[in-house]
Design a protein around this ligand. Structure first.
Ligand code: SAH
Length: 427
């Protein structure tokens, strides 16, 4: 579902109202809302008013998404050159990205503010709320950072049945209005390709929704069938672009070369790709993060980048964050969002749960104001949630206001998503 910035009516006419935004006066057709009055707060989409919104809640949304133009005092020549290059559409080099990842003070504020402005200019204050259903925590792999790793004997394992997955997805679409759902699991071959195909087909038969699969390295034939069944995208991180580090973290299972090959054939098959890396892995440097940004830019239609969180029952359980490392990860995550927003203006960048878990609820606003433009809500049935421990103490959002005002009754919201995805995939 999508949300727009609320606007206040300041002039009422027969079939339309005038609303004021920061920079302009907009004419909005009243549509079905024939009794709009001066002073009402409304949500509108493609030039038509969709619903009235409570003024307090309108203010809360505006606060969250509001403009934050920062007027910088001191910017270095190098920083100004980099910004100019971005404005002219030039590709940043690794060195320039590294410079941006290291900025402090005024330059840091300017980086975030510029990214926020680019988000607003290109995405017109729309942002979307996607859902994720974690349907199995079985995994054949042994990623040393992940609590689902096969060798973890202390995890209560679960698998949702085909009908349970379908029902959860259909409820999310029909009752709550989600338009894009990620179906995620460990790499679990209990679910055959045919079962995944059946799940996708059954969901698509019952409702209109974009389905993204996040099920690991199942190979080309599987993903061909999954695409044919109706999946639109994949959520598949490359985890880190540093191949040595990748090898160290994945002694069994995942393989860097195979992961890149998957990204290649995902594109060939016409998938919408959500990818990115982990931030703050032991031994990872700022240089690595700059490479991660370049690799993300190369492959991502949607960015999925979040902090590594140390987890019990993994070989990295002892790598506990202190205040300093925690701050570093949060800052790097925000900077990566901002840099990617500047480099790829129209890409989707969700605020990921791991960042909210690390930094708390207030980070959502900061991340949106640093260039992120969507949220990912957890829709896993409550009885399974505690067992999907890729990391512990997962953060669950205050979802009410978002679900209440997501424009879910509107088919425009689906169409808009469809148009935008098609545009990005150049189809
Ligand atoms: N089986 C799928 C999905 C993996 S789980 C696949 O292979 O693509 C989804 C993501 O969770 C992983 O890609 C990883 O980036 C992230 N993750 C795993 N453990 C984590 C941890 N300890 N902290 C933060 N993110 C983690």
């Amino acid at each position: 579902m999508c949300l727009t910035i609320p606007a206040q009516v300041f002039e009422k006419h027969k079939n339309f109202v005038l609303v004021k935004t920061d920079s302009e006066i907009r004419k909005i057709n009243t549509g079905f809302l024939t009794d709009l009055k001066k002073g009402d707060w409304i949500l509108h989409t493609v030039g038509t008013a969709v619903r009235i919104i409570d003024s307090e809640e309108a203010k809360e949304i505006i606060e969250l998404l509001g403009k934050t133009k920062y007027i910088p005092q001191k910017l270095s020549t190098q920083f100004k050159e980099i910004l100019k290059k971005i404005q002219l559409g030039g590709d940043l080099t690794k060195e320039e990205i590294t410079y941006l990842l290291r900025v402090k003070g005024d330059e840091k504020k300017t980086l975030f503010s510029e990214a926020n402005i680019v988000r607003q200019a290109n995405l017109h204050d729309f942002f979307c709320i996607h859902g994720i259903i974690e349907f199995s925590n079985y995994c054949k792999n042994d990623c040393s950072y992940c609590g689902l790793r096969a060798e973890n004997r202390n995890l209560t394992r679960y698998r949702m049945s085909v009908s349970e997955i379908v029902q959860t997805a259909v409820d999310a679409v029909k009752k709550k209005g989600y338009k894009l759902l990620v179906l995620q699991s460990g790499e679990d071959y209990f679910y055959t390709d045919e079962m995944l195909v059946e799940i996708i087909k059954k969901i698509k038969e019952k409702c209109r929704v974009f389905i993204f699969m996040s099920v690991g390295e199942r190979g080309y034939p599987a993903y061909k069938k999954i695409k044919k069944a109706g999946a639109s995208g994949v959520l598949f991180r490359f985890e880190t672009s540093n191949q040595k580090l990748f090898k160290r973290l994945h002694s069994k299972g995942k393989n860097f070369k195979n992961r890149l090959e998957h990204l290649k054939f995902f594109r060939e098959l016409g998938y919408f790709i959500a990818t990115g890396s982990l931030i703050g892995l032991p031994g990872q440097t700022i240089d690595d993060l700059a490479e991660d940004i370049l690799l993300t830019k190369k492959w991502a239609n949607m960015v999925s980048t979040g902090p590594f969180l140390s987890t019990v029952d993994t070989s990295l359980a002892d790598v506990i964050d202190n205040e300093k490392t925690k701050k570093w990860k949060i800052e790097m995550n925000l900077k990566m969002i901002a840099i990617l927003r500047l480099m790829v203006e129209t890409t989707r960048i969700p605020v990921v749960t791991a960042l909210e878990t690390l930094a708390g609820v207030n980070i959502r606003k900061k991340a949106l104001q640093s260039g992120a433009n969507s949220l990912m809500f957890n829709l896993t049935p409550a009885k399974y949630r505690p067992h999907y421990k890729i990391y512990g103490h997962k953060f669950y959002q205050k979802e009410n206001i978002w679900e209440k005002y997501g424009l879910f009754k509107d088919k425009e919201s689906y169409q808009m998503l469809e148009e935008r995805m098609a545009k990005e995939l150049n189809v």
